[in-house]
Design a protein around this ligand. Structure first.
Ligand code: GDP
Ligand code: MG
Length: 287
């Protein structure tokens, strides 16, 4: 920030000044404009290693500011908004409504996935409601049936959203019947994918709202925190919790996940509760 011109006294003044400076020709300002999303993500990861829905809102606000820079007079409109980011922007502002998800392929290893620009991963134990949630997001009954095909339950299932964005339905953990060597294969594949996939913008950790986090869910969350991977907890089967018990269940589930109540997103694929909001968040995370 150029020093000594004006000393801002209010937050609004500081923001105005920052906007003015960052819209200018200064090489640092140009660099910041070009890297705003990476900067936002990195900053948030430092402030708050346990990402929640609040992250998406902050990122959305920063993206809005960045979009306004791209229209700055002088530097050439559109110079800082690539075609791809413009498409993402259009996709995001086109509003929720069913996501246009299409099954692409199942992969045994991350390298076999298509070269998507950006991805979200859905993880959770088997039966938590991953396939049902995908169907609900797309408002399709059988979209995610493919992932129930025998043999495919242990694979990374890729669903495209168009424009280089994809959702990856990861194999569920916690099959008691799965042999130890298979569990090792699962663990290696998941670690390879989650730790090394550069396109991965957010990991959606599904927790069964009816029964709360299992030991394996808690281990997964601990691992994600230790690796500082961006993730958010989604509690499924909201409809299965009695209305009279919901408040307490929401508190208990959040606490068991070491989160704030407001950081857990509750959904019901069966009744559609929370699905629209999750669609909007998905689009935000994919920007
Ligand atoms: N009541 C209710 N049941 C659900 C919901 N979501 C999933 N289920 C049920 O939970 C079971 C497992 O769901 P599925 O989507 O196959 O889980 P996955 O193994 O994680 O893909 C199925 O019997 C679903 O019908 C929900 O929101 N409400
Ligand atoms: Mg499934």
């Amino acid at each position: 920030m150029p020093a000594g011109i004006v000393t801002p006294t209010t937050r609004a003044e500081s923001v105005d000044l920052f906007r003015e400076w960052v819209g200018g020709d200064d090489p640092t300002a140009v660099w910041i404009r070009d890297h705003v999303h990476e900067l936002a993500r990195a900053t948030l990861a430092c402030w708050c290693p346990q990402p929640g829905p609040g992250h998406a809102l902050v990122l959305a606000e920063m993206a809005e500011v960045a979009a306004s820079w791209s229209g700055q007079p002088g530097r050439g409109s559109g110079r800082y908004r690539t075609e791809r980011s413009a498409r993402r922007h259009d996709r995001a502002v086109s509003g929720a409504g069913p996501l246009r998800l299409e099954f692409v392929l199942s992969a045994a290893r991350a390298e076999q996935l298509p070269d998507n620009d950006i991805e979200l991963a859905i993880v959770g134990r088997s039966n938590v409601g991953k396939s049902s949630l995908l169907n609900a997001l797309a408002n399709r009954k059988q979209l995610a049936l493919v992932s129930k095909t025998p043999g495919r339950t242990q694979l990374l299932n890729c669903f495209s959203l168009g424009d280089g964005a994809a959702l990856i339905d990861c194999p569920g953990y916690g099959y008691a019947s799965v042999a130890a060597n298979k569990r090792k294969t699962w663990q290696k594949m998941m670690e390879d994918y989650l730790l090394t996939r550069e396109q991965l913008a957010m990991i959606l950790v599904l927790v069964d709202g009816e029964i709360g986090p299992t030991e394996l869910d808690r281990q997964m969350l601990e691992w994600l925190r230790a690796e500082v991977l961006p993730h958010v907890v989604i509690a499924t089967k909201h409809d299965k919790v009695k209305a009279s018990k919901r408040d307490k269940r929401k508190r208990d589930l959040a606490e068991a996940c070491q989160l704030d109540k407001s950081d857990v997103i509750w959904v019901s694929a069966a009744k559609g509760t929370g699905i629209d909001r999750l669609r909007s968040l998905v689009l935000e995370w994919l920007r």
